[in-house]
Ligand binder design. Structure first.
Ligand code: BGC
Length: 761
């Protein structure tokens, strides 16, 4: 076994805190002070709260424009009225529909994260935006979280590795990324009021690292404060989170923007580093940081200095974006819907679809041999871009899997489509103005008018909405069951005499959505029953899915081929067809565990997910594969799993201590199959006999290698001292203990191919 020795610096190594020096440039700061002196208190206050639903107040007298924000992670959202959640019926706000963060993360390709970030930034600027409310980088704690499709992974390292280039790509367009939702926004149930009890170690090791990387490595210009509370205090009023961790420990000098309606108290929000209050209500002067703040200052309860601090942070962001100052004329103009943007979307979609299973080389199909193809399932013909909550967009176009297949095959193949199962019509929970309704108490959504809930009553409206949703789902079951009888029979019949059968099922944004969590981890609309029936008549049915979060697959042992696609953007159908017919070799891997049953999850066991009022993150670090490892539970498909049409061989691991602190590892990956393909090689560290409780293994680095048949590549990666460390709560620092650490190199978290040992002395 390969070994390497490195020196440990247990005491005072200061691995974690490594405070980033504020890179204030003196000229910028001088400019800020100059402007600040000229601003009246009223003007300053107008700058730190929403003046419309998506803009802050401008000070025209001094040439300070409004800050124009827009959602979101999958593309630039359509335009709304200034004071109502009513979309304008514009024909010029259609945009590129980009792969969701969950799709992007499955590519494990930071270059694509950069490319997609660049497209998003360029489109945002092209649409005249200053801040794009993306990426979503919360850790996926439970597969039922409604917004998981917007997030990247259950693992902080992978999330950070994708978030940093994404942010850089956005911001080089003179648009600010706004990483969200800071922090630990892990559920939608009771999202405005839920209080999360989290211990420091879990916070620092699991829920914060991606945000820290966004700040320190990505130089992100803005951060969105989350809705939830952490240990009793709302994130947007949380001094520990915003002042101590974000500003002091990490050296963040950009702007903190509240989630829409995330502020609940004037004094508290004024007195911590929350710079811009946004909300969903049209009474902008009544926002906590508007008139109530002015009154509080008049009464001497809040000092004007607090307002100045916020304005400084906003002006600094505006100067960086060249919105003001003498570089204004050099600000990039952006562009939207360019050919290059579509190409980036296609390329990413191709690398985002995960081949979960492929027995007997069922895939790829040989297009030439197929005279009749039967496609079954609602998601074959479903467009998803206009749903999901604030991530919804008005796509320029979206190619569904069925269209992709037909476009690929052309006219000589008969493609027969049957829906297969019934999906109730438009069962949207929050109708047109869902966003306002998703927060309000008293509502009249017909005119888009919403009224703020009274203090202490914030959850009431949401509880009612949730009760209605659950009742509706229950009612729909009967309808679904009844209608399915005919549809199932049709599908089974059609499958019998086809040359190939492709089932395209999964979820949609009535299930994967902001505002509520999934009720279970099952495929909806009785898809499991249909799949079982199809497999009875056609063992070779190709099972494919589009969805934003894992589902149980009770029939998976019987299936030969399973392909999973997250919401993969406007080019979904093209990428899908190319993979099915082997023109593209799949190269994605799961960025999250697919449990066999929901009951296997840590949160299902401790019951601390999806409840109202308070949740305790009892499982600590043990979520996702960390939990499955520790409990020795086999998931359906593990973290990091994903197949290719070719095979890869790993060999020749070497470990070498470098500069007494780092471990350099090298190994070789060879493409031993017949097709060109890409492999994602993952490196985990497993402490042997640790003094403190540590997860069995944790992902520390990875690389994606592209290899033509027969070729091999020597890979060289670096493990840093901090990769061996854990967060010592007493010392309040990351510590790497002396001892032995197993270095595991694998094709997934379970498929470990090479092992070595690094010893810290
Ligand atoms: C969401 C944010 C979004 C904001 C603005 C909120 O409901 O949580 O992610 O950016 O609305 O639309």
């Amino acid at each position: 076994m390969e070994t390497a020795l490195v020196c440990s610096t247990r005491k005072g190594c200061g691995i974690s805190m490594k405070k980033k020096e504020k890179n204030y440039d003196k000229k910028t700061e001088k400019e800020i002070e100059k402007l600040l002196k000229k601003l009246t208190l009223d003007e300053k206050i107008s700058m730190i709260h929403g003046a419309t639903l998506f803009k802050s107040g401008a000070v025209n007298r001094l040439g300070i424009p409004e800050i124009v924000t827009s959602d979101g992670p999958m593309g630039v959202r359509a335009e709304f009225m200034d004071d109502r959640w009513i979309p304008l019926d514009n024909k010029d706000d259609m945009v590129s529909y980009l792969p969701s963060n969950s799709a992007l993360a499955s590519s494990w390709n930071p270059d694509l994260a950069y490319a997609i970030g660049h497209v998003l930034g360029e489109e945002a600027r092209g649409r005249g935006k200053d801040v794009i409310l993306a990426p979503g980088i919360n850790i996926k704690r439970d597969p039922r979280c409604g917004r998981n499709f917007e997030y990247m992974s259950e693992d902080p390292k992978l999330t950070a590795a994708m978030a940093v280039p994404f942010i850089k790509g956005v911001q080089e367009n003179d648009v600010a990324a706004c990483v969200k939702h800071f922090a630990a926004n892990v559920q939608e149930t009771d999202r405005l009021m839920v209080d999360e009890e989290i211990d420091d170690r879990t916070l620092y090791e699991l829920y914060l690292p991606a945000f820290k990387a966004a700040v320190q490595e990505g130089n992100v210009y803005s951060v969105m404060g989350a809705y939830n509370k952490i240990n009793g205090t709302h994130c947007c009023e949380n001094k520990k989170l915003l002042d101590f961790i974000l500003r002091m420990e990490w050296g963040f000098d950009g702007a903190v923007i509240s989630d829409w309606g995330g502020v609940h108290k004037t004094k508290e929000a004024a007195q911590c580093s929350m710079d811009l209050e946004m909300s969903v209500f049209p009474d902008f002067e009544e926002y906590y940081l508007a008139k109530p703040l002015k009154d509080a200052i008049a009464k001497g309860e809040v000092s004007e200095d607090m307002v100045d601090a916020k304005v400084r942070n906003l002006l600094r962001m505006m100067l960086r974006l060249k919105m003001i100052g003498n570089r204004k004329d050099t600000r990039k103009a952006g562009a939207y819907n360019t050919i290059a943007h579509r190409e980036a979307a296609l390329h990413t979609a191709r690398e985002s679809m995960v081949l979960l299973k492929n027995e007997n080389h069922t895939l790829p199909l040989d297009a030439k041999k197929i005279k009749k193809l039967v496609v079954i399932g609602a998601n074959a013909a479903k467009l998803h871009s206009d749903g999901g909550g604030s991530a919804e967009i008005k796509a320029l176009y979206e190619i569904c899997p069925l269209a992709g297949l037909k476009m690929y095959l052309g006219g000589n193949t008969r493609v027969e489509y049957v829906k297969g199962y019934y999906v109730p019509e438009n069962p949207k929970t929050f109708e047109q103005n869902w966003q306002a309704a998703s927060l309000d108490d008293l509502k009249d959504t017909n005119v888009g008018q919403v009224v703020k809930a009274q203090d202490g009553n914030e959850s009431e409206g949401l509880r009612k909405t949730e009760e209605e949703r659950l009742a509706r789902i229950e009612k729909e079951q009967e309808e679904i069951h009844e209608k399915n009888q005919k549809l199932f029979a049709q599908a089974v019949e059609a499958a019998k005499d086809a040359d190939a059968v492709i089932f395209v099922g999964g979820l949609n944004h009535n299930i994967d959505s902001e505002g509520f969590d999934r009720i279970d981890m099952k495929l909806p609309y009785e898809q499991d029953i249909l799949i079982e029936e199809l497999l009875k008549v056609r063992k070779d049915t190709i099972l494919t899915f589009v969805g934003g979060s894992p589902v149980e697959m009770p029939w998976r042992d019987k299936a030969r081929a399973i392909l999973w696609s997250y919401y993969a953007g406007m080019e979904t159908g093209n990428a899908f067809a190319e993979i099915i017919f082997g023109e593209v070799n799949p190269s994605a891997k799961l960025a999250e565990t697919f449990p066999a049953r929901y009951e296997d999850c840590a949160t299902a066991k401790n019951g601390q997910f999806g409840t109202w009022g308070k949740i305790r993150l009892e499982e600590g670090l043990y979520c996702g594969y960390r939990h499955f490892d520790r409990q020795h539970i086999a998931p359906a498909f593990c973290f990091g799993h994903g197949l290719s049409y070719t095979q890869f061989e790993y060999s020749a691991l070497t470990l070498k201590a470098e500069k007494g602190k780092n471990v350099k590892l090298t190994f070789t990956v060879k493409n031993t199959g017949k097709r060109a393909g890409a492999e994602i090689a993952q490196v985990y560290i497993a402490p042997i006999a640790p003094k403190e409780d540590r997860p069995d293994k944790e992902l520390k680095t990875f690389t994606k290698v592209f290899l033509t048949p027969g070729r091999s590549k020597k890979i060289s990666l670096l493990l840093k001292q901090e990769d061996f460390a854990y967060f010592d709560v007493q010392l309040h620092d990351f510590i790497a203990d002396a001892g032995d650490y197993e270095i595991l190199v694998g094709a997934s978290c379970e498929d470990i191919r090479l092992r070595g040992i690094a010893t810290l002395v």
